[in-house]
Design a binder for this molecule. Structure first.
Ligand code: ME8
Length: 575
């Protein structure tokens, strides 16, 4: 067996973040998707035995939160509380394994973010000046003149008219960091992914960087909501600038501004200061907010003498049945839609569909009911589900569900076009798949990894069809061969199931319970942790492999086949 490949170029400590979401409205598929991508990556890291910290949360100090709160007859805080709870509930429903959930209205965030801003002011990285620009109220950001002109002075995202604003503001001297940023991104010391997005960012940096406004003067009658400039309480910190700070405030628990280190442990290991250790810091988001994460935030960190993120990953968008989702069209795929799909097909099937069909790359992806059913039947009901049942049923039927203490054969004779050829078992696919996980995960290649897991299942299925144990079993002299075939298939499925676990933890835990596999500390609790790191769990017939005497029970099917003619569950979901 070849030795496991491990990527020694990257540290194993990993910090994974999602955007913090605006609480002006409820969560939808987009929020769930980015958080799912982060969740799956975090679960892969845990499976590898890496130390990982996964953060998500809510961004609360936006003007649109105030406006929307008023429309609901609530204070901004009340409305933020209401919607932050909906995000938490949504993420629990999706079974995300985030280690913390930050809200920017919390003291730990406000105190530390103010302290960072004060330091930037003291150092001269933030200074006072006049600003005149095109304000996109729906996105809470200024749009550069050329972009505003290109879009006919309408929001490039929501198409609402832009507002001309002139104000005295504090500015962050982003211009000072142009050369540094360009070099960092070109040399992949900050890796911007996918490649196409990196090229867009570099192209925009090359047009020149200007100072960016970081505050807004408070007007009479404004609700007291947000963080004030620590050096000038007449100004409020621009929501984007303090929101970005969340990634650091949550792990910076040694900061004198707020000592909560006892409750939280030492989280600085997840994002050490330069020279004080190493960690992969991975920010996930969609393409809409890449600029803030790939340019403004790294420059702020550099100015604060903090390490920049290792990876900034901006996926594309979901659209719904071929149409861009928008409020005016009312065609958002809502949490309730996902719940209705989960109700019919299982939550893990929803997670699988989103991850494998979603916009992980630079191209938008379509959420379409027909495609969901196709993928569900092909990958799950007829894929891993059927493959595992075939093997489980045959072990039950021919061996009373017990792995025998017999020698396991490695080669099998099969007939192809009337000739006898030697067929090797799928172990040659399953073991290298497990060995490749570390490298693929370090490169954030979740899509490629799941594709190879899927193709490994197809190969196991083909092996069963080629060797036809169900025919051989009719001849009692062939039982050792039948047992070997089934062992080879079952042990391969067990190893491949480890690669499926991060996306479909409930279903894989169900399979492991059926087969009495001891991968988890508590077989009934997917969050109980693995008993050993992946390379030990995945060892062929190793300490956690299928062994003589192990009872394989058929159990319930993992995925029932879906009726392609049924109506979409979203169409029949309750109000
Ligand atoms: O921008 N497809 O928050 P936000 C895929 N608060 N992902 C989508 C999506 C879609 N159609 N729509 C939204 C903000 N998303 C700021 C972030 S971070 C310091 C501050 C996801 O509530 C995607 O991750 O508008 C996108 O980047 C994010 O939601 C925007 O969420």
């Amino acid at each position: 067996m070849s030795t496991p490949e491990t990527d020694t170029t990257k540290p194993s400590t990993t910090y994974i973040t999602t955007p913090i979401y605006y609480v002006n409205d409820r969560p939808h598929i987009g929020h769930c998707y980015t958080t799912l991508v982060a969740d799956v990556l975090a679960r892969f890291h845990r499976l590898l035995g890496n130390d990982v910290f996964f953060l998500t949360g809510t961004d609360e100090h936006a003007e649109k939160v105030v406006t929307s709160a008023k429309a609901h007859d609530m204070t901004a805080q009340q409305w933020a509380d209401h919607n932050a709870a909906r995000f938490r509930e949504a993420f629990q429903f999706m079974q995300f394994s985030n280690d913390d959930f930050v809200r920017t209205s919390e003291d730990r965030h406000k105190l530390r973010a103010s302290a960072y801003i004060q330091r930037l002011v003291d150092q001269g990285d933030i200074e006072l000046g006049d600003y005149e620009g095109w304000w996109d109220a729906s996105q809470e950001e200024y749009v550069p003149e050329n972009t505003a002109r290109e879009h006919d002075y309408k929001s490039p995202v929501t198409k609402k008219p832009l507002e001309k604003r002139v104000e005295q503001n504090y500015f962050f001297r982003l211009d000072k960091y142009e050369d540094w940023l360009r070099a960092m991104i070109e040399e992949k010391r900050i890796e911007v992914l996918p490649e196409q997005r990196k090229n867009e960012v570099l192209g925009r940096i090359k047009q020149g960087l200007q100072k960016v406004p970081v505050s807004r003067k408070i007007k009479d009658g404004d609700e007291d909501w947000g963080i004030r400039m620590p050096n000038d309480p007449d100004h409020r910190v621009y929501v984007w600038i303090e929101a970005l700070c969340n990634y650091l405030t949550v792990v910076d628990n040694a900061h004198p501004a707020c000592d909560t280190s006892k409750a939280e442990g030492d989280r600085r290991t997840y994002w050490p200061k330069s020279g004080q250790g190493a960690s992969n810091v991975v920010h996930f988001m969609a393409k809409d907010i890449l600029w803030f994460h790939a340019v403004i935030w790294p420059a702020m960190l550099h100015a604060l003498s903090e390490t920049p993120p290792t990876t900034v990953y901006a996926h594309a968008y979901w659209v719904a049945e071929g149409v861009k989702m928008s409020k005016s069209l009312g065609n958002f795929i809502e949490l309730d839609d996902l719940k209705a799909y989960a109700d019919r097909y299982s939550l893990d099937a929803v997670r699988w569909y989103l991850i494998t069909q979603g916009p992980l790359g630079a191209t938008d992806a379509d959420f379409a009911y027909k495609r969901f059913v196709e993928v569900y039947n092909a990958d799950l009901a007829n894929g891993i589900g059927n493959c595992a049942s075939r093997v489980g049923n045959m072990i039950a039927k021919y061996f009373d569900g017990k792995i025998q203490d017999w020698q396991i054969l490695e080669h099998f004779n099969i007939e192809v076009d009337g000739e006898t050829v030697l067929r090797t078992p799928p172990r040659g696919r399953a073991v290298p798949l497990a060995q490749s996980i570390s490298n693929l995960i370090n490169e954030n290649k979740i899509g490629d990894l799941l594709l190879s897991a899927k193709s490994a299942i197809r190969i196991i299925d083909q092996f069963l069809s080629d060797t036809a144990p169900f025919k051989l079993a009719k001849d009692p002299s062939k039982l050792q061969e039948v047992h070997s075939i089934l062992y080879q298939a079952a042990e391969s499925i067990r190893i491949v199931s480890l690669a499926y676990f991060p996306t479909m933890p409930e279903k894989m835990a169900q399979l492991w319970r059926n087969w009495n596999c001891t991968h988890l500390n508590d077989p009934n609790d997917i969050e109980s942790g693995f008993v050993a790191p992946l390379m030990e769990l995945a060892q062929w017939a190793g300490p956690y492999g299928l062994k003589p005497g192990q009872q394989i029970s058929k159990g319930d099917a993992l995925f029932m086949r879906a009726d392609v003619n049924a109506e979409s569950p979203a169409a029949t979901k309750p109000d």
